[in-house]
Design a protein around this ligand. Structure first.
Ligand code: CA
Length: 315
């Protein structure tokens, strides 16, 4: 009698239904020459956060949440596993223990290296806090050319760098000041009342940034708003980068964001907006940032991020 027949490797699921595939089973570690439908890379950095943040734990939490979903889409009648969809996982970038500048440099170099492999037509960077986006966009500019950005966020993230250096309040300011993007190529969606200083809204307008507030989101059709944004960018840039700060969501849905607040977006609106953006052939990259799993409740916020990641598989 085999007395080990009821023992399984540690960490494996307790129960396996023969007909069910979990989205996490689509993950496959990157190897030279391996190709997939999307690629992911973790940027677990939260030391530049203005407020307390454990966003460095988010890449693992988001990957783990793929175990919460099956691969079957009932509304489309499609199955990601049957369609042989795969997610190439580059793993996580090792951060410097104390130097934020060095960590930002490592993110830049690693994203540039990962996207240069052409392992997948679409890449998702799992933050980390929003400070990573300066490094990732710089990398994408070098691999894909002029970058246009659609940013979902409660905040402009255009703070001056004199007061705190390259914090998570500054990524788009640093991109503009460094000449890496033009103001006309940045579209911010979901900006909220009492979450920004007037000086930074004025700066956005001076720079030619397009700003849609939450009122605009509530009063306009989100698909139409996205389509107009894509038309605005498509003839001017080589690639479109989607930056999703999860704090664009209302605090009800995103307890894991360090900067939660009322008056934010519903997750279905964000999902529809992301779906509409992903359809465009010039959209090659997305980041998902500002989730602190240590603040989250039952991984609610990471679970939304994981579901947005799955949308990219049916791009
Ligand atoms: Ca932000």
């Amino acid at each position: 009698m085999n007395t080990f027949q009821h023992i399984k490797p540690a960490g494996k699921a307790q129960f396996k239904d023969r007909y069910t595939t979990k989205a996490a089973e689509l993950l496959t570690p990157w190897e030279e020459g391996k190709k997939g439908d999307i690629a992911i890379i973790g940027a677990p950095l939260s030391k530049p956060s203005i407020s307390h943040s454990g966003a460095s734990f988010a890449p693992d939490a988001i990957r783990r949440c793929l175990n919460s979903f099956t691969t079957y889409n009932i509304e489309r009648g499609t199955d990601l596993a049957e369609d042989n969809k795969s997610i190439i996982d580059f793993g996580d970038i090792t951060m410097h223990p104390t130097s934020i500048e060095e960590s930002h440099q490592r993110i830049y170099e690693s994203v540039k290296a990962a996207t240069s492999t052409n392992a997948a037509p679409f890449t998702i960077i799992l933050g980390g806090d929003h400070s990573i986006t300066t490094s990732t966009v710089k990398a994408i500019k070098e691999t894909k050319g002029t970058v246009g950005i659609i940013q979902f966020d409660a905040h402009h993230d255009l703070r001056n760098t004199g007061d705190g250096g390259p914090t998570n309040g500054t990524p788009f300011r640093r991109l503009l000041e460094g000449g890496h993007i033009q103001g006309e190529h940045l579209i911010q969606i979901g900006i909220r009342n009492y979450a920004n200083a007037k000086a930074y809204h004025d700066y956005a307008i001076e720079q030619g940034v397009t700003v849609y507030t939450m009122k605009d989101v509530r009063q306009q059709n989100i698909i139409k708003l996205i389509q107009e944004s894509l038309v605005q960018l498509e003839s001017q840039v080589d690639t479109i980068y989607l930056s999703v700060d999860m704090d664009v969501l209302d605090q009800t849905y995103a307890p894991g964001c360090p900067a939660i607040g009322p008056g934010g977006m519903h997750p279905d609106t964000l999902r529809e907006a992301v779906q509409a953006t992903l359809k465009h052939p010039k959209v090659h990259t997305m980041d998902l940032v500002e989730i602190d799993p240590t603040l989250d409740i039952r991984d609610m916020t990471s679970r939304i991020a994981a579901s947005l990641m799955m949308e990219a598989l049916i791009k």
